[in-house]
Design a protein around this ligand. Sequence first.
Ligand code: NAD
Length: 592
Amino acid sequence: MYRFKPSYALKARSVSDYPAKCTQAAAIMLMVENNLDPAVAQHPEELITYGGNGAVFQNWAQYLLSMKYLSEMENDQTLHLYSGHPMGLFPSSAEAPRVVVTNGMMIPNYSKPDDWEKFNALGVTQYGQMTAGSFMYIGPQGIVHGTTITVMNAFRKVLTKGETSKGKIFLTAGLGGMSGAQPKAGNIANCITVCAEVNANAATKRHQQGWVDELIDNMDELVTRVKEAQAAEEVVSIAYIGNIVDVWESFFEQEIFIHLGSDQTSLHNPWSGGYYPVDVSYEESNRLIREEPEVFKVKVQETLRRHADAVNKHTARGTYFFDYGNAFLLEASRAGGDVMAENGIDFKYPSYVQDILGPMCFDYGFGPFRWVCASGKSEDLDKTDAIAASVLEKLMQESPEEIQQQMQDNITWIKDAKQNNLVVGSQARILYADAQGRMEIAKAFNDAINSGEIGPVVLGRDHHDVSGTDSPYRETSNIYDGSRFTADMAIHNVIGDSFRGATWVSIHNGGGVGWGEVTNGGFGMLLDGTADAERKLKSMLLFDVNNGIARRSWARNSEANFAIKREMARTPKLKVTLANLVDDDILNNLSL
Ligand SMILES: NC(=O)c1ccc[n+]([C@@H]2O[C@H](COP(=O)([O-])OP(=O)(O)OC[C@H]3O[C@@H](n4cnc5c(N)ncnc54)[C@H](O)[C@@H]3O)[C@@H](O)[C@H]2O)c1
């Protein structure tokens, strides 16, 4: 199928440059091409955008056919894509989505990792990750913003009122695809980031890209440099070329206090190079993986036990440690590491969603809203940044205390966004906002398009959000009523968005944590300045966020309960079933 790879450059062009009969289809072509741009995609030849095997299409014939259908499509037709395969254009209506995407949808009993290998090889399914197969990837700024929000809020959990993160240490590992965002986020969050990376090439690449300030490959030098940075309350990010376990152990001996600790090695893939053992060189580890995999596995498990012990010594001194969704606690527990809580069921440490993103963001509706200026003009992006900042500033004046901090963080982010210089590919921006924020920003964009101030805008979001993703160990890990193993929310989300005005919708198996482990969905919506666009954005964004808040509130998450009551007061036609809380004493004292 490589012979069908087009000879023209793959990149997001201006929406007006596409040979299409309707602007909605042209906007989707722009987003597809952006996901395949060699400057954006990890393995563009293989149509893989990010996340190991996150595919846009299975092959180039599917790409070509889909682009042809999009160029012929009129605004009363819908293209149905089955895991990249264009089943065809079907008559629909102007109200319907132009494209419906499914990726990796399986009969549940056939959704194990080995099943993916088999059915992908047969060419009948693909792994769409989250924003790869839904044409909504916007390069590294998405992950930088999410990581910044996480680090800033983690500091808030540990600092006393009035204390700042200056001179405080965030210790973590990994300078790869997503983990490489950590030092950049640490700098934005104003702390000292120490990030260990065993692969010297990966560390050097991040240094050259300006994502980490300093490279150090000697432990004594690292200890001296970190003590100096602490004393001077510097904001600096340091890559240590070496094993993370050595850093945890040395910092303990040297009595260096770590405020925040985490880990972003690729422990979802522990036996094939996702996590490197301590006291074995990088080259020797790679030889062991190839020639003596069983020896490698034993060394990884020994290291995980040592890693857990070193973390435990620091947390006993007061370090706040969280799992960054990379299966560190899971693999450490499987290796016999001391990471289980006293009840023998839970882990000792929380995940980043349980403690931070869940209660502080998702439950209030804050999530990774994003937009792309379809004109391709950077001036349009500047104008949308300014519009979004002024909408948020206005909203903040009336915001309740509970969400003031999130509003302020996002105002700061959007004001600094241009200078953080994170645009790669399309003219895109990410901004965490709640339902009201997303709706008001979108309406202000639509007004600006109507008055000719800016060109059309595509709205979307990461699937890793309030409502889009059911993932029991990640996005929905802070749901404790037993429903975190269900996927009704993600399914309702995609169906609900599709009849409220989305330009395209998508629903995927896998994404982030792997095939069979998660169901995640999203949407894209073109704003063209019309009254129709305004009606659709109001209807769809209200549902897109509040579907998830309602479910989180039904699970008795107090922040979500607060948010949904507030939304019902603002939106009389919204009537959500609320939980009646039972006094724990009554339950605990029931005689059976
Ligand atoms: N950033 C996020 O918001 C986020 C969210 C959820 C999950 N994750 C998870 O984070 C993990 C990392 O993702 P990625 O895309 O960066 O993966 P990656 O494989 O590109 O990078 C991981 C890096 O860790 C390094 N490493 C491995 N073992 C090490 C050790 N013992 N000491 C020091 N360095 C070591 C590797 O050399 C590699 O460069 C994945 O499991 C991913 O699912 C990230």
